[in-house]
Design a protein around this ligand. Structure first.
Ligand code: ATP
Ligand code: MG
Length: 614
């Protein structure tokens, strides 16, 4: 799957949104026109010597590699990579791996796969690897020392409880720490001791010195570095102090010359600190001793913009909660087809274009709302409608015997005779092409759906009941004569006679009128398949809203496995290949358990019609 071609008129063909308006404004007034790009991330000096940046904008997608990406991340990926593509820019893939405890290379690889699979690419001339925030630890340390020297940060030795108590709350201003008025030299010495491992984990932190009375609690001297003896997957034991996310993130953006740093709304309250920090690190400060510090980062600094995160009904989009489903074995793994992870959606039959269409359709807004799950399914249906090959499958089979077959086809061999049939695999083939054909045979015995026979038909029933005629789709018109039952009253065989000269597509076949055509699969060439019928994972539209225990609303019937019979064209499905099982819905050949017990495996991707909320 490749990245769609860039629009010739930047952004012009897409519906506008507030992010597009901001970018278009910045491009028209040249907000970032003076930026330079040294080919790799770095400080002001690194970029100053470089040529002007050829990327008109720089965005980034910065996942923490602590889990698998989900449908919400897909939205963020489509936004960030999509904007860069549409406006002649570049989008960086950056692993936000500043927290030493939780990262894992399994997650790193899955994130790389997910972004590529969605159709996006972060590589730029001379640079194909994703960025890692941990590569910037050295710079972050330097930035912290600069803040200390300029009087913008101090080492606080209050206990965590004291700090919490002194922070105040919405109605109450905070109280200055007794350590707040230390000299820069004292703070620097203490911070270096922290770095050198002379103090216990948690015994002190470095804090920005802003305003303990700020109405925004995030501005009440936030912690920016903590002591944590943990081995980091990239930097090993080099560091025993680690930057806090709110300090690290703006610096990562600035080193990478990001122009538009797009995040979800919960970071709105962090924006003042984002701006405060980058301002302090781009400006220069003359110290009392005559030295000048600062000017570490190039100007103009990046700016942060917030959009509403995706909330999807019947779905949870928290990595932590998804992990709980996996570890408590409520699902078969991160790629269980019921999971909203990108690997799960993919295994369910979702395509990159269906997810891109979804991201476009839901748009970008500044206020939180719930998107109906059916919107996601509609996008998949729309994508598969014209591309998925058709095939017949019988999910709940009962045998139908054509009792006059031997006589009607006596000349061709009688009971064992099989008549070749074919139907187009696509109802609407692409312009100028002919639909590929599917081939199968009809014989004396075929499988039909159990629900297609009624001994005593309800009013309006048009399928098989004694005396009624239907067409076996792509085959013959048949007339039902009855059925056999076992002692418990279960139908064991449906009986019918074939009406000669009515085969689909032959001259005169339409002279016998019927009210219904039913799907079927030949007993001779039908293939047994395992079909996994998936349903929503939760019965509650908002499974984890308001602190609810989402485990309680797990749908016990979210997976039913049936042995179906499928026509021969489906028997050799390739892993990941999508089909429309006529009348049943869209199915995908499972990419993990491609064959089980000798049977091909198919997953229900989405039904033919929207059945949600009905
Ligand atoms: P989670 O809470 O599931 O762990 P996260 O926000 O912590 O998600 P990150 O790896 O930090 O996960 O996210 C990477 C990017 O994806 C961030 O920019 C974040 O804003 C965005 N993102 C995460 N969840 C959603 C969502 N539901 N809708 C839109 N964007 C999201
Ligand atoms: Mg996060």
């Amino acid at each position: 799957m490749s990245t769609p071609p860039p629009d010739s008129t930047p952004g012009a063909t897409k519906p506008s949104n507030f992010l597009r308006q901001i970018i278009e404004h910045d491009l028209s007034v040249g907000t970032y026109a003076s930026r330079r790009w040294a080919g790799s991330p770095g400080d002001a000096a690194h970029h100053a010597a470089a040529p002007p940046d050829t990327a008109k904008i720089r965005t980034r997608f910065p996942p923490e590699p602590n889990g698998y990406l989900h449908v919400g991340h897909a939205k963020s990926i489509c936004i960030n990579f999509g904007l860069a593509r549409d406006y002649g820019g570049v989008c960086h893939l950056r692993f936000d791996d500043t927290n030493p405890e939780k990262e894992d290379t399994e997650y790193v690889n899955s994130i790389i796969d997910a972004v590529r699979w969605l159709g996006f690419d972060w590589s730029q001339p001379g640079n194909t690897a994703p960025y890692q925030a941990s590569d910037y630890f050295g710079f972050m340390y330097r930035a912290a020392e600069t803040l200390i020297e300029a009087g913008h940060a101090y080492v606080d030795e209050q206990t965590a409880e004291q700090m919490r108590a002194n922070r105040g709350d919405f109605g109450k201003p905070g109280v200055d720490s007794p350590f707040r008025s230390r000299t820069a030299a004292e703070n620097l010495a203490r911070f270096r001791e922290m770095r050198d491992g002379l103090h216990e984990d948690g015994s002190m932190v470095l804090r920005a010195k802003i305003d303990m009375a700020s109405p925004n609690i995030n501005m009440r001297d936030p912690a920016i570095y903590r002591i944590r003896r943990a081995t980091h997957h990239n930097t090993g034991d080099t560091w025993c102090i680690y930057p806090m996310y709110t300090f690290a993130h703006p610096i990562e953006d600035a080193l990478e010359q990001i122009t538009h740093s797009i995040c979800t709304l919960e970071f709105e309250d962090q924006r003042p600190f984002y701006d405060w920090l980058l301002e302090r690190l781009t400006e220069t400060t003359a110290l009392p001793d005559g030295r000048v510090v600062g000017g570490l980062l190039s100007a103009p600094p990046p700016r942060q913009y917030e959009f509403a995160r995706l909330n999807l009904t019947y779905v949870i989009t928290s990595k932590r909660k998804l992990a709980q489903l996996v570890y408590d074995r409520k699902v078969s793994g991160w790629d269980d087809p019921r999971m909203p992870t990108i690997v799960g959606l993919r295994r369910r039959g979702y395509t990159p274009s269906s997810l891109q269409l979804f991201a476009e359709r839901i748009g970008v807004t500044k206020s939180d709302s719930w998107i109906d799950y059916s919107t996601l399914e509609g996008c998949l249906r729309e994508d598969l409608e014209n591309t998925a090959h058709r095939g017949m499958a019988v999910l709940n089979p009962v045998k139908l015997v054509l009792t006059n077959w031997d006589e009607v086809f006596a000349a061709q061999g009688g009971a064992s005779y099989l008549e070749p049939c074919s139907l187009p695999a696509l109802p609407h083939p692409p312009e100028g092409t002919e639909a590929p054909a599917r081939h199968f045979t009809i014989g004396k015995e075929v499988w039909i759906e159990r629900e297609d026979y009624e001994e005593a038909p309800p009013k309006g029933y048009k399928r098989l009941y004694p005396g009624n005629k239907v067409r076996l789709k792509g085959g013959y018109v048949i007339e039902c004569t009855g059925a056999t039952q076992d002692a418990s009253g279960t139908i064991t065989q449906v009986l019918a006679t074939v009406v000669p000269d009515t085969k689909s597509g032959t001259p005169g076949s339409e002279t016998v009128k019927v009210k219904a055509a039913i799907t079927w699969v030949g007993v001779a060439d039908g293939v047994r398949a395992e079909v996994r019928m998936y349903d929503r994972l939760f019965n509650d539209a908002h499974p984890d809203a308001g602190g609810k225990d989402f485990i309680e609303s797990l749908n016990p019937n979210s997976l039913k496995v049936v042995t179906a019979l499928v026509e021969p064209s489906l028997a050799n499905a390739l892993p990941d290949q999508k089909f429309q099982f006529e009348r049943h819905g869209y199915f995908v050949a499972d990419r993990v358990d491609h064959v089980t017990g000798g049977k091909p495996v198919f997953n229900l991707a989405v039904g033919l019609k929207d059945s949600w909320g009905k």
